[in-house]
Each structure stands twice: as structure tokens, then as C-alpha cells.
Design a protein around this ligand. Structure first.
Ligand code: HEC
Length: 300
């Protein structure tokens, strides 16, 4: 019993000075590529221990446009709250659903926020001061977003937040993710816009694969659309060939509401190891509202 434990302690003690000496000071801002968007590796749980969206806190975005207008600038603010946290961090990006940069993020508070870039996509995140160490009751960061040129299509604000416990390490924190779809305005808007955050784009054979669908009612009335999903294979055919992989599931969204919908799939042990496209459609018979896709690859 004591021998393995002793050797673990030894290994930790030997590794710690190396880590401390070489590691950058992450609480002054994580690396780019962790906002949960399609251009990203993942979210903060790549390093911070725990499961995503399992705490009792939340992320929220104020002033997101219902339909963005070309070149217009919007003053946005992101709030992260969690009753247990005493330190706060985030990283966000605005991407099109294919992972390309959407519009331009602008720093308006250089004390609390900073910009990075990775593969042509901007990432806005906290600075050391922006983690507001020792504060409770949530934290809000302000910034601006300038919309792209006409015709660019739906933009999605992807964000990962860390409601931290202030212990200056990666244990005991709560990580949250959110996607806020912002359709292009100026014409007929979809009543409900959709975006998705798959837990991974490399689902494993035999495993449960979770996809979180974000539905946003950008209309001024309650909406009750259906949500369905299917897979588009490389040869152009769809799976299943009739009906849906998920749904139809009806959801009720009050005016302006952003609501997550969790979709879980068990990947059959015999699933082909293909790269394909996951497609989510929202609307009703004769009233398609919006859709989104992401590419994935089944792995053994
Ligand atoms: C590549 C690894 C890595 C990733 C990815 C990462 N972090 Fe961290 N983070 C660390 C390490 C290591 C520490 C502890 C050392 C320190 O405080 O700098 C830390 C500490 C923090 C702290 C202070 C925690 C506390 O309790 O005092 C915050 C806040 C934070 N990170 C936010 C984030 C956010 C937000 C993300 C995702 C957008 C993120 N981190 C992603 C490695 C990472």
C-alpha cells in the first residue's frame, strides 16, 4: 500500500520544480484555442480538472445583436457567475460555423481583457487583473464586436469560462461553455438561430457522444420549433436515410431566450471509421428556421 503512494509523492516532488520553472503563468491568460469553437482545440478542461457545465453557475452575454448589420459595432459584455467561485476567467471568439473569423473583436478594457490570435482567429480573454481574485458574486467583462461585411452569414460567439477557487492551480474550478448564434440581419431573420458545441469531433466507437445544441430565439414572440439531426456522409447521402438521428424534439423558447439542448448518441461499436458532417436543423414543417453543421471523424 505505502510503496506506490510513496513513489507518487516522490515523482510529484521531482516534477514540481521543473513545472514551476518552465510553465508560463496561465492565470494571466490561457493559450489561444480554448473557447470551444470549431477553430479550437477544446475548452479549459484540457488543463483544468473536471467536467464541463457541471457546476451551478452560468455564462451570459448581454447586447448580442438579434441580426447583425454589416460593419456595425456592438458593445457586448460577458458575465460569469457561480456561487462557489472567488476568481474568474474566460476566453471567447467570434467564428463562423466553419471556424473562420467572424467580424472583429475590439478590446475596450485593456486592464481586464486582452486579445490573442491563432490560425487567423481572434481570442479575447482575461488578464491577471481581469480574474478579480478574491471577489464573489460573479464577474463581468466588456468588449466590442464589429460585424463583418454583408453576406458573411451567421456569426457565433463561442466562450469558455472558468469560475475558479483562487488556489492558483487547475484543481477545484468549474468550467462552463456557451455558444451564442448571431444571424446576419438586414433581411428576413430566422426566428430561432442555432449553433453547436460537440464535446469532441473525434467520437469513439462504443462511447457516448454528447453534442450541446444552443438555440436562440431572435424574434419578439415565443417560438416552439422542432430540432432534428442527421449525418451527411462523404458520398452525399444522409444517415439515417429516412427519419432522423435525433428528434424531432420540440422546444419552447421565450422571446430573446438562449437555451441549451443536450443530445447524446451512443456510437455503435461497429460504426465505420469515417469523416462525415453532423447536421442540425431547427424549424417546423414548411418553416425551416436555421441549421448548422460541423465535421467529425469516428475513431476506434
Ligand atoms: C494549457 C493548459 C491550460 C489551459 C488550456 C487553461 N488553463 Fe487556466 N491555468 C492553467 C494553470 C497551469 C494554472 C495554474 C497556474 C496559474 O495560476 O497560472 C491555471 C490557472 C487559471 C486560473 C486561476 C485559477 C485559480 O483557482 O486561482 C484561471 C482563472 C484560469 N486558469 C482560467 C482559464 C480559462 C478561462 C481557461 C479556458 C478558456 C483556461 N484557464 C485554460 C493552465 C491552463
Amino acid at each position: 500500500m505505502s510503496l506506490p503512494r510513496f513513489s507518487v509523492v516522490l515523482a510529484t516532488a521531482a516534477a514540481a520544480p521543473v513545472l514551476l520553472g518552465a510553465a508560463p503563468w496561465f492565470s494571466s491568460g490561457p493559450p489561444a484555442g480554448y473557447s470551444s469553437g470549431p477553430n479550437d482545440f477544446s475548452n479549459c478542461t484540457d488543463c483544468h480538472v473536471g467536467t464541463v457545465n457541471s457546476g451551478s453557475g452560468s455564462l451570459s452575454l448581454a447586447n448580442a445583436p438579434d441580426g447583425w448589420l454589416p460593419g456595425a459595432t456592438y458593445a457586448l459584455s460577458l458575465t460569469l457567475d457561480d456561487p462557489a467561485a472567488t476568481r474568474w476567467g474566460f476566453e471567447l471568439s467570434t467564428q463562423h460555423p466553419d471556424g473562420a473569423q467572424a467580424g472583429t473583436l475590439v478590446v475596450t478594457d485593456p486592464v481586464e481583457t486582452q486579445l490573442l490570435s491563432f490560425q487567423g482567429v481572434q481570442y479575447l480573454e482575461h488578464t491577471a487583473q481581469g480574474t478579480a481574485p478574491g471577489t464573489t458574486g460573479g464577474h463581468t467583462w466588456s468588449f466590442e464586436w464589429t460585424a463583418p461585411a454583408a453576406g458573411a452569414g451567421k456569426a457565433v460567439l463561442y466562450v469558455s469560462g472558468n469560475a475558479a477557487n483562487g488556489n492558483s492551480n487547475t484543481l477545484g474550478d468549474q468550467i462552463y461553455t456557451m455558444a451564442v448564434p448571431m444571424p446576419e440581419g438586414g433581411g428576413t431573420l430566422p426566428e430561432v438561430a442555432v449553433a453547436a458545441i460537440p464535446e469532441t469531433v473525434f467520437p469513439r466507437r462504443g462511447a457516448t457522444w454528447n453534442v450541446r445544441v444552443w438555440l436562440r430565439n431572435v424574434s419578439a414572440a415565443t417560438q416552439t420549433p422542432f430540432v432534428v439531426s442527421r449525418i451527411r456522409l462523404p458520398n452525399g447521402s444522409v444517415f439515417p436515410s429516412s427519419g432522423w438521428l435525433f428528434g424531432p424534439t420540440q422546444v419552447t423558447l421565450s422571446a430573446g431566450e438562449l437555451q441549451p439542448l443536450d443530445v447524446a448518441h451512443v456510437v455503435p461499436p461497429s460504426a465505420p471509421l469515417v469523416s462525415a458532417t453532423y447536421e442540425i436543423l431547427v424549424g417546423g414543417p414548411g418553416n425551416p428556421m436555421d441549421s448548422t453543421t460541423f465535421d467529425f471523424t469516428v475513431v476506434p
